[in-house]
Write a protein that binds this ligand. Structure first.
Ligand code: BDR
Ligand code: CA
Length: 313
């Protein structure tokens, strides 16, 4: 499956990119970078650092939007560290030049692929919405968008109402969800079921194998944050689960729903509101296959087998 990855690395984005590159089903045609966990410049460096680790600097990296469509940028350094990767990666081997037109790259790339392209979106949806708005016919050329984002039947993780990726650019998320492109949405309802155990991360952090050591150290860093904020020993595999769902839909249980994004609320901006009753007006036909649950244990095995060649770790 030919895929583009739009991302804001980010600790779980980094692991998601490694998973995508380690998955024989996926042909990663490019990585576009968006503001999010940290400013877009730092996210772009992080994407390059991850490609260096994977030995895959052949994959094009294109930087994109530095800010949401209409709001101020909002970051998550408290979770991912000031540089977005817990300060744990060396600088990239060579940081320049990289192109800076993510939305145009997405549009161009769809024409270049011989097979249909799926877009895996792991950050705020600014680049994706910009590409949709700027490119007539793009929505018909995209096979599917698999997006990590939202909190449907549970509380948000950045406000009580909203999950980070949607909160960071609600207007963009609303555009994507109304675009007519088939969307698989992977919200916190599913991703909070996919927890990487803290003690496994601590063990891997001591490994001599570079990928194991990197994931272990990133995981140990973010597990400390989860312990403090959520009382969880481990960390949620938000973005990796979206990659997993793109490869093997049976890792999550989906329901077709109409999902709207709150763009006006003072306390509820970025909330994802889903119609479970299929009320005809004003909702209409479902616009997303929404992952409401995940097989966390099977996904952990899926991830570890691909990244480390073994499970349990
Ligand atoms: C999402 O927000 C980011 O911090 C993570 O990388 C993930 O994409 C989870 O809410
Ligand atoms: Ca992310």
């Amino acid at each position: 499956m030919r895929v583009l990855i739009d991302t804001d690395p980010g600790i779980d984005d980094a692991i998601a990119i490694l998973l995508a590159l380690a998955s024989p089903e996926l042909d990663v045609a490019g990585i576009t970078v968006v503001h999010g966990n940290v400013p877009v410049e730092a996210c772009t460096l992080n994407a390059l650092k991850v490609l260096d680790l994977a030995g895959r600097r052949d994959v094009p990296v294109v930087t994109g939007a530095a800010a949401p469509l209409v709001r101020q940028a909002r970051h998550a350094e408290a979770v991912h560290g000031p540089d977005g990767l817990g300060g744990l990666f060396p600088p990239p081997d060579d940081a320049h030049p990289f192109a800076a037109d993510a939305a145009a790259f997405i549009a161009r790339s769809l024409d270049e692929g011989e097979e249909p392209t799926t877009l895996i979106a792991l950050g705020p949806l600014t680049n994706v919405a910009t590409a949709i708005l700027a490119t007539p016919g793009l929505t018909e050329r995209l096979e599917r968008i698999v997006a990590m984002g939202g909190a449907i039947r549970r509380e948000g993780n950045v406000t009580p109402a909203a999950e980070f990726n949607i909160y960071a650019d609600p207007e963009a998320a609303a555009i994507v969800l109304r675009s007519g492109v088939p969307v698989t949405l992977v919200p916190l309802d599913a991703t909070m079921r996919a927890i990487f155990p803290g003690e496994a991360a601590a063990r891997l952090a001591e490994s001599e194998v570079p990928v194991e050591r990197a994931v272990g150290r990133l995981g140990s860093f973010v597990s400390g944050v989860y312990r403090k904020y959520y009382g969880i020993d481990g960390f949620a595999l938000h973005d990796p689960l979206a990659v997993g769902a793109a490869i093997d839909g049976s890792l999550v249980s989906t329901e077709d729903l109409w999902v709207s994004v709150e763009t006006g609320g003072e306390l509820t901006a970025g909330a994802t509101v889903a119609d479970f009753w299929h009320i005809p007006e004003p909702w209409g036909e479902p616009n997303a296959a929404v992952a409401l649950d995940a097989d966390g244990e099977r996904f952990l095995e899926f991830l570890c087998t691909r990244l480390f060649g073994r499970y349990p770790v």
